[in-house]
Design a protein around this ligand. Structure first.
Ligand code: NAD
Length: 502
């Protein structure tokens, strides 16, 4: 924590105004490649957070009645502004988060796709109608906005994940309170500025900053109707329990331990390239990062080549051209990853590539850890049981695909998985038997495009409906079913021509 005034402060957004917090509690936003302090972020006061909710509640009165076409046009403009500012957004993201510039553009682009989807809200938020459910009686549904909704986001996708949330919530007619990650809120705030420039009216989108207190306030506040969360399983489970106990809708997308199965008939070079990219890209800090590979049968002999691929990746600051693996988010994250690697060795896994303490020219202070591979990992080891969230790949072996499937289904997490094979029959068997939300067949590991919704099984997700796509329209709306009949002038009373009880 710091109280220095020499560095820029991240603002709150309340009722259309970017305001300086009056709090005495601040945290530094730090460049993970250099330790340069980029800004300080406030932990908002209760009064400020309540003001944000009050502003969203007031704005809902008019926003909910704003024509759907007017809402859609804001997102048409917004996607254009994001495209025009892509380079600037990526530079901010890389500075505070560490991922490479191409990866940062990917982070923004995946969010941009959701904004494009929000611009289609006219066709997404349509109800249904059944004509003549009884004589002269029609029934139809309205998908109406809930009111004030809230979103809590993690550090690893500071552009994509906020964009999973507020565009679709606002497009469906709700107002929104966003609580970005306190570790890298700056690109999120720039995206929020662009949303206002695109025409989001005052009070419709508000931003508060903070940690556990802010999250708990959002879960408790009686004027908030729904909470979207993306982050770790521990915090997400707390958010789900607390928000739903308070009668709110909640959707919590949480931790992962993503496995890939490699069958010996797979395209070898494609598979090895894909495995290296998925395990070590973004320094393993993707919720869809590949953290376990199970080599089946003769594919077990491919390990030395996988190690060579991993060794060829370039470790460097995200701004450096050609960098493949950037730093992890914080010194604390680096300590945690390093200590888990040490535990892996102690517990008997074979460290075939040790990425600790790499030399990164010009960035001696950075939180770097290079690609790390353990062979002979078992399900009891800490490096297998815990989500490492760093560039560490566990290699396991199986005699058959079914043995590998059983291992994956026994893991508590069910976020993403992939199979590499040339066999359609094997792929279909895998697709049917695996209990994981996102399944890739020769694709490691897919985040669905916004025509679909993100999902998850078991400990990776709580709540029925996922972010973006069709499911989130259901999540952010209340279905109202209207049954109506109209009387002709000459009909008397309500009993004529009807057989249903209303
Ligand atoms: P995190 O759970 O530490 O933080 C997420 C949010 O919760 C942040 O806004 C943070 O301020 C808040 N928070 C932190 N501690 C809290 C507490 N004790 N009480 C209340 N709120 C608290 O997650 P992170 O480290 O920022 O992100 C990494 C995690 O997110 C990984 O587990 C990763 O798998 C997961 N993730 C999942 C998905 C998915 O779609 N399933 C996507 C991205 C990230």
């Amino acid at each position: 924590m710091t109280t220095s005034n020499a560095i820029p402060s991240v603002k709150l957004l309340i009722n259309g105004e970017f305001v300086e917090s009056r709090t005495s509690q601040w945290r530094d936003v730090v460049n993970p490649a250099t330790q340069e302090v980029l800004a300080r972020v406030p932990f908002a006061t209760t009064e400020e957070m309540n003001a944000a909710v009050a502003s969203a509640k007031e704005a809902f009165k008019t926003w909910r009645k704003t024509p759907i076409g007017a809402r859609a046009r804001i997102f048409l403009k917004y996607q254009q502004l994001i495209r025009e500012n892509m380079k600037e957004l990526a530079a901010i993201l890389t500075a505070e988060q560490g991922k490479t510039l191409p990866d940062a553009e990917g982070d923004i682009f995946r969010g941009l796709e959701v904004v494009e989807h929000a611009a289609n809200i006219g066709t997404l938020q349509m109800g249904e109608l059944a004509n003549n459910v009884a004589g002269g009686v029609d029934t139809y549904t309205l998908l109406q906005p809930l009111g004030v909704c809230a979103g809590i986001t993690p550090f690893n996708f500071p552009a994509m994940i906020p964009l999973w949330m507020f565009p679709m919530a606002i497009a469906t007619g709700n107002t929104f309170i966003l609580k970005p990650s306190e570790q890298d809120p700056m690109v999120t705030m720039r995206l929020v500025e662009l949303a206002l420039e695109a025409g989001v009216p005052p009070g419709v989108l508000n931003v508060i900053h903070g940690g556990a207190d802010a999250v708990n306030l959002l879960c408790d506040h009686p004027d908030i109707k729904a909470v979207s969360f993306v982050g770790s399983t521990k915090v997400g489970t707390h958010v789900y329990n607390r928000a739903t106990l308070n009668g709110k809708r909640a959707q919590c997308m949480m931790g992962a331990k993503n496995h890939a199965i490699v069958l010996p008939d797979a395209n070898k070079q494609q598979t090895l390239n894909n495995l290296a990219g998925a395990a070590f890209g973004a320094a393993g800090q993707r919720c869809m990062a590949l953290s376990v590979v199970i080599l089946v049968g003769e594919a077990q002999a491919w390990l030395p080549e996988l190690v060579e691929k991993a060794k060829s990746l370039k470790i460097g600051a995200g701004v450096e051209p050609g960098a493949d693996v950037g730093p992890v988010i914080s010194c604390a994250a680096l300590d945690r990853v390093s200590s888990l690697i040490a535990t892996g060795e102690r517990e008997g896994a074979r460290l075939v590539l040790d990425g600790r303490n790499p030399e990164v020219s010009g960035y001696a202070q950075g939180n770097f850890v290079g690609p790390t591979i353990f062979d002979g990992v078992t399900a009891e080891m800490s490096i297998y049981r815990e989500e490492v969230f760093g560039p560490v790949l566990c290699v396991m072996h199986a005699a058959t695909m079914n043995e590998a499937i059983a291992l994956i289904n026994a893991n508590p997490n069910g976020n993403g998985t992939a199979l590499f094979t040339r066999s359609g029959a094997a792929a279909r068997h895998f697709q049917e038997e695996i209990d994981v939300g996102q399944v890739g067949i020769n694709v490691p590991i897919p985040v669905p495009v916004p025509l679909f919704s993100f999902t998850g099984s078991r400990a990776s997700k709580l709540g029925d409906l996922g972010p973006y796509g069709k499911q989130v329209v259901q999540f952010y709306t209340q279905t109202k079913t209207v049954t109506q009949r109209w009387f002709d002038e000459d009909e008397v009373g309500g009993a004529v021509n009807t057989t249903i009880t209303l």
